[in-house]
Design a protein. Structure first.
Lengths: 282, 260
């Protein structure tokens, strides 16, 4: 049965995040409760998520390399979005992600004191990359780079739990039609199944968001349909997770696609895309 | 009361012995006797930091404090105290070794270490060949009692389908244990000469109950492991079960107690 491979240090899996860093990402989210700029919201969500993945892999003896992580940014430039010691690295083991953030900020969070109240607690929060919004949208080039990285990873780990790609974009590709590049990524496979590609459209349009649809009917334009068609179908375990965690009753054929995503949907897509893999950790 | 105790343990396939995060007490396989005998087994949650150490503190404290006589809240207070003392020493040692605590360790430790606990006390009656037992449990570590080739007690899990990835756990941070008394399970039973009691962590307990539900006698497999007093047959058997995917790849711990 696909998507059941155990993830361990000898058979790690991979998360690849692809982020549109074009100039329009400086605009605020179109809908939802947040006035945040899209670049800030997406960056914060992924920084938080990298932290969560590292924590899931942290054990008494250190961070175990259950995953390899890549973050590709595309805008004025295409390449690794990591800054600091990992700058320029395409794919790194999660222990390097944990041990080599760009910086660690000290923040205060409120936690329950066990007696009905809250107390403040200082926490050190790692940051790997900052928001960027600059230049065009060379999506084809970025997807091609992502495909190359994943191909190499799967060649090195042929029986791995299939890599998951989470792609955030707010606009139309400026370097051609990305359909073929998306298909090439989604067709890559290990012995445990195909790579899972999530396309998460973050827009400034004031229109109702659409989350994990099973059909392109109702999508507003050709571009949204193209991203829908390129996205992978959610696995049964992902659908189950979406229902249990978020009460989403998804129809058969539901895809890893969101249109006009709010910040909440950005985080939901991250969780639905990655948590089922984290459950395979041994 | 006289008993013979045999313990077995094995880390997850792919992990080293240092990475084993279950715990059990007492550690030695031998004959024991006394009016009251205490045993405990625990399964430290892999996703939390230092959970193996927390599991070890829980089982030792349960046995050494004779916790079945205590209020469970008092028992936990003493366990927290030991944990905090140990954690301070651990931080000091790290500083001395010039290996400061990393952000992910700090966050993990703030979240607390988590573990199941199953504690068992055997009470012998003077001049008689039988007695009784009392057990407490938080989570899915199990006690199974076999008498004359019949499984007569399952605690706290009754069916293999009841196992899931979210058992109740005891946290090293008291603030996260607000509902612990609601999920604490307590039971008791009687003991006869010749009974066998098995304490086991979840993966083996799930296998045991599945076999039993298929009208087999899984205890006969466990008895067959007792060869030359070594762990080796157990390790080979668990490795085979894992290879055949009959058992989840997890730390495995078993304490077998024969009432003599």
């Amino acid at each position: 049965m696909p998507y059941t491979a155990e993830i361990n240090r000898t058979n790690p899996s991979c998360f690849l995040f692809m982020i549109d860093q074009s100039g329009s990402m400086a605009d605020p989210f179109g809908v939802g409760e947040s006035n945040k700029r899209k670049a800030e919201g997406v960056t914060e969500a992924i920084n938080n998520h990298l932290r969560e993945i590292a924590l899931k892999c942290a054990r008494t003896d250190g961070v175990r390399d259950y995953f390899y992580i890549g973050v590709i940014g595309y805008g004025a430039q295409v390449g690794s979005a990591f800054t600091g010691p990992l700058a320029g690295k395409e794919l790194v083991p999660i222990s390097d992600v944990a041990n080599l953030p760009a910086r660690v900020e000290e923040r205060v969070k409120f936690v329950e004191d066990g007696a009905g109240g809250l107390v403040d607690q200082k926490v050190r929060v790692p940051i790997w990359f900052d928001p960027i919004a600059n230049g065009g949208t060379p999506m084809c080039q970025a997807l091609s780079m992502g495909g190359r990285i994943l191909k190499k990873f799967i060649s090195d780990h042929p029986a791995c739990f299939p890599p998951v790609v989470i792609h955030y974009t707010d606009g139309e590709s400026t370097d051609g039609d990305p359909t073929v590049a998306m298909r090439e990524i989604a067709n890559l496979s290990s012995t445990d199944g195909n790579v899972l590609l999530f396309n998460c459209h973050v827009s400034s349009i004031r229109a109702e968001p659409i989350a994990f649809p099973h059909s392109h009917v109702g999508l507003p334009d050709q571009y949204a349909r193209m991203l829908f068609n390129g996205a992978s179908e959610l696995t049964p375990i992902m659908c189950e997770f979406a229902e249990n965690e978020y009460g989403l009753n998804l129809l058969p054929g539901a895809k890893g696609f969101t249109f006009n995503a709010t910040l909440v949907l950005v985080i939901q897509a991250l969780n639905i895309g990655t948590r089922p893999s984290l459950a395979q950790l041994r | 009361m006289k008993v013979r105790v045999t313990s077995y343990w094995l880390p997850k396939a792919g992990n080293t012995q240092d990475e084993y995060e279950d715990a059990f007490y007492p550690k030695l396989s031998k004959k024991r006797q006394g009016k009251q005998l205490h045993f405990a087994i625990a399964d430290g949650a892999s996703e939390s930091m230092l959970s193996g150490k927390w599991a070890e503190i829980l089982v030792k404290k349960f046995c050494k404090l004779k916790a079945s006589r205590m209020d469970f809240g008092d028992f936990l207070e003493k366990a927290y105290k030991t944990w905090n003392f140990w954690k301070r020493n651990y931080f000091d040692e790290r500083e001395k070794c010039n290996k400061p605590i990393q952000w992910y360790e700090e966050m993990g430790l703030q979240a607390g270490a988590f573990s199941t606990l199953l504690g068992l006390t055997l009470i012998g009656f003077e001049e008689k060949s039988y007695g009784e037992w009392k057990a407490i449990a938080v989570g899915d570590s199990c006690l199974l009692q076999v008498r004359k080739e019949c499984l007569i007690h399952k605690f706290p899990i009754q069916n293999s389908s009841d196992f899931n990835n979210r058992p109740f756990l005891i946290c090293s941070d008291p603030a996260r244990n607000n509902k612990i008394l609601e999920v604490l399970k307590i039971t008791s039973g009687d003991l006869h000469f010749g009974d066998q009691l098995y304490l086991m962590t979840d993966s083996l307990a799930c296998w045991f109950l599945e076999r039993y539900e298929n009208e087999q006698a899984p205890w006969s497999f466990l008895r067959g492991l007792d060869i030359n007093g070594t762990q080796r047959p157990f390790e080979l058997w668990i490795t085979e079960l894992r290879a055949r995917k009959e058992i989840r790849n997890d730390d495995v711990t078993l304490i077998r107690i024969d009432i003599n």
